[in-house]
Design a protein around this ligand. Structure first.
Ligand code: FES
Ligand code: FES
Length: 155
């Protein structure tokens, strides 16, 4: 039995420790915000925060979350930080598709938790693990910097 905190609630799962966390989140808990894109840790569509750090859940073994805090986009949604990031993404026109946006938002949260006033370069670096093949990243970087500016005190 593997126990951890999922979106603020204590949960236990009886599955093989090597099961990818993404599959547990989707199949066991019905949390569909994280998507399986590449399945190889390359695209960021499956991103979650584990103890406040960004991880690709498609290659993260369930056994490794034992005793840790897992936050998915569903769990993050009600927070004031989410509201701030969401508003900044909307204002900058950087809301993209349902496939990459949850990962982009969680990557932004992971960055701002560590660095509430990132530079353009730091924002680009923080988003570099989240691939979008459709558009550029400029509007997303702008949104990250706007969230940092508007969210004074939230992070
Ligand atoms: S699906 Fe996990 S990184 Fe692409
Ligand atoms: S992958 Fe989502 S907008 Fe490009």
């Amino acid at each position: 039995m593997i126990s951890f905190t999922l979106n603020g609630a204590a949960v236990s799962v009886d599955l093989p420790p090597a099961t990818p966390l993404l599959h547990v989140l989707r199949d066991r808990f019905g949390l569909m915000g994280g998507k399986e894109g590449c399945g190889e840790g390359e695209c960021g569509a499956c991103s979650v925060l584990i103890d406040d750090n960004l991880h690709t859940s498609c290659i993260y073994p369930l056994g490794n979350v034992s005793g840790k805090r897992v936050l998915t986009i569903e769990g993050f949604k009600g927070s004031p930080q989410f509201q701030c990031i969401d508003a900044a993404f909307a204002q900058c026109g950087s809301v993209q598709c349902g496939f990459c946006t949850p990962g982009m938002i969680l990557a932004t949260q992971a960055l701002l938790l560590k660095n509430p006033s990132p530079s353009v370069e730091e924002a680009r670096e923080a988003l570099s693990g989240n691939l979008c093949r459709c558009t550029g990243y400029n509007m997303i970087v702008e949104a990250v910097l706007l969230a940092a500016k508007n969210g004074g005190g939230l992070w």
